[in-house]
Structures are given as structure tokens and as C-alpha cells.
Design a protein around this ligand. Sequence first.
Ligand SMILES: *Cc1c(COP(=O)(O)O)cnc(C)c1O
Length: 415
Amino acid sequence: MSKPQDISTLPAHQARTATALIHHPYQAPGGFDAVPPGVHKASTVIFENTAALHTRQWQDKSGYTYGLHGTPTTFTLEERLATLEGGLHTVLAPSGLSAISLVDMAFLRAGDEVLIPDNAYGPGKDFARVELARWGITHRSYDPQNAEALAGLITERTKLLWLEAAGSVTLEFPDLLGLLRVARQHPHLRVALDNTWGAGLAFNPFQMPDPQDAAGAIWGVDVSVHALTKYPSGGADVLMGAVITRDPQLHHQVLMTHMRLGLGVGANDAELVLRGLPSLPLRYAAHDAATRQIAQWLQSRAEPSQVLHPALLDSPGHAWWAELCQAAGGLVSMVFGADRYSTERVHAFVDALQVFKIGYSWGGPMSLVMPYRLDGMREHGHLAGRRGTIVRLAIGLESPAALMADLEQAFQVLA
Ligand SMILES: *Cc1c(COP(=O)(O)O)cnc(C)c1O
């Protein structure tokens, strides 16, 4: 058996090479400028001397100290996302769900209560139900279309109110302005919005003019959370989330919790989102136009008991959507009541689809379908107590005609 080779026993020229490959004398000239921002990768960041080590600041983005605390790539993405959402500060997290749990952990402590809308993203509700409960933080579910009822739920223990517009499966649009009017009577209540559906394009979460307020009030949330996994990435190839704020103190609170949890994102993933952002407004408009067309066509069909899409006149919360939004995103859902179709029949319809693929998430190029059990899904609103199946369609970037033809042939299964 040959002895393991120690670098100190390498011939002299090989040893010099080993070191030179790490400390190489060549320095590429500065001034390289290109359309995409550079992709900088680092755990270690190098300090030129101990003075730099002790004075450099990462919290205000004036310098770099460690990969987890930011790189030119993540800082650039954060600034662009703040612009997208109408905010001033952004913190990146490894998924949309981790951005939600980060906000919970930054603003809640034992004894507090958080209020979560009935139609909120399910895994975020599970985080409250299981994890927050273990730390003595309680949660309650509220009806996002009943601002008056919300007023009755807020106590001095309520420290965080979650909003979501629209619900990402049931697509009811909440009384967002009404809920904010109520929340703003409680100055110590933080308001966070899951803005994945609106993507910073359907409305500005930090600046919502209230037409019903005589004094011309403009409401805004404190925190906007965005699953970049969806529209900003646009490629169905990356998981990431963002927490966006305007208030420097709230941002600092999120930033410190983020640091202590050690939440970081990889440079290659940040690059993918940076690459998606320039085409985001165009893609969102394309998803929006195709989805409206398909939603209207679905409404003319006999098979679904109900079509849910905020721009449809009879979809729950349509008036609140129309008051606030210019766009409606790429999701549309169909209700199949248990009185007309068994779960098996609806699943056979889903299985018959060819262009639509069965899969979670949305915002990518490929159209997706997902069936959900309606029974027990909602405590409040028009779907409470209903039985049957809800089928959500996430409309991709294929031609709407091809998608409608696919739905039409699959509907034969229900005939
Ligand atoms: C997908 C989604 C999330 C979570 O994002 P992930 O990156 O998949 O963790 C959060 N909220 C909404 C509304 C979503 O659709």
C-alpha cells in the first residue's frame, strides 16, 4: 500500500503550483459591465486588515462581512424586489414558507396571538398551529370578507394580523381596505400580507387609496411577503421568498431574526430570480389575459357548479378586487359540488387533462392543475359547509386555445 501523499512532501514546483492556484498573481481588470448583474458566491468574505474587520457594516448594505450577511448579488435582488413591491427594504429567505415563518418569529413571543385568514396558504397556517403553539403563541382563523368580525377578535394579546389577497385556492378577494381600517385602530398590531398572488403588480401593498374614506386615507401593510418561487422566478426551477418592509425598525427586527436563524439563499438561485424579474410584468400580463379568457369560457360551461376568479362579477369579493386592482394573476378555480359529481369522477377529469399537468405551485410556463377536497376546507364564507371538490388551474404561457381544447376534451369524462 502506498503512503497517503502529504502536500508537504510534494515536489517543490508542485507545491508552488498548489499555492499559486489559490493565491494567483493575475487580477482581471475591473470595469466589466454586462446586462445581467454579476453572480458573486461566497461563504468567506476577505477583509484587507483588522480595521476593516472591525468597522465593516453589512446591516445597512454598506459592506460585506460573510456570505450569509449578503453579497452584491443578494443585495441587488433585494433592492429590485423592494422596488417591485413599493417597499424600501427586503430580506431574502430560502422559500416562501420560510419567509412566512420568519415574519412570525420576528414579531411574536410567548403569550401573543396571531390572526390568520381562513383562506391563507395552508402550510403557513400549519406553522402557527403546530410550531408557534409549542412556544405558547396562539392563533385564530378569521373570515377575510368580514372586517366587522375581525374587529371583535382583536385583543391586547393580538400582535400580528396576516392578510392574503386573493386566497390562492379559493380565490375569494378579501375586504382588504376594510380589514386595514380595523387594524389601524390598533397601533401595536403589525399587519403582514402574503402578496404572492398580487406579485407587486396587481396593487401596491404599501399604498392603497381608500375610496370609502372621506378624509382620503391611504392604507398600507407593515410587511409584504412574496413567494419568489412563483411569478418572479417564472421558471418553476427555484424556491425563494422575500420579506419586504418600509419601516427601518421593522426591517431591522426581521433582519436580526433572519441572521440568528441563519437563513441564506444561494447565489445561483438569486441569479435565477434576477433573470426572471425583467420579464415579470409582461409574463404577469400574459397570465392575466389568458386566465380571464379561460375563466369566462369556464363560466359558460355546465360542468362546474361555480367558477372562482376575482375579475368575474359573481366571484366572491369581486367588488373589493375591482376597487383596488388592475390585474388578476393566473389562477382560476372550479367548484364541483358533491351533489353532482363524486370525487372519483372529478379526479378522472383531472387525470384526463393532457396539457395541464398535475402539480403544486404556479407562476411558471407550464399550466398546472390541482384538486382539493372541499369538505372542511373553510370555516367561514361561501364555501363553509360545502361538500365536493375544488379544482385549481394555474394558467401558464401556452396558447389559451390549446388549454381550452384540453379542458373541453377532459370535460367529456363528466358527461
Ligand atoms: C407557494 C406559496 C407560498 C410558499 O412558497 P414556497 O416557496 O413554495 O415555500 C406562500 N404563499 C403563497 C400564497 C403561495 O402560493
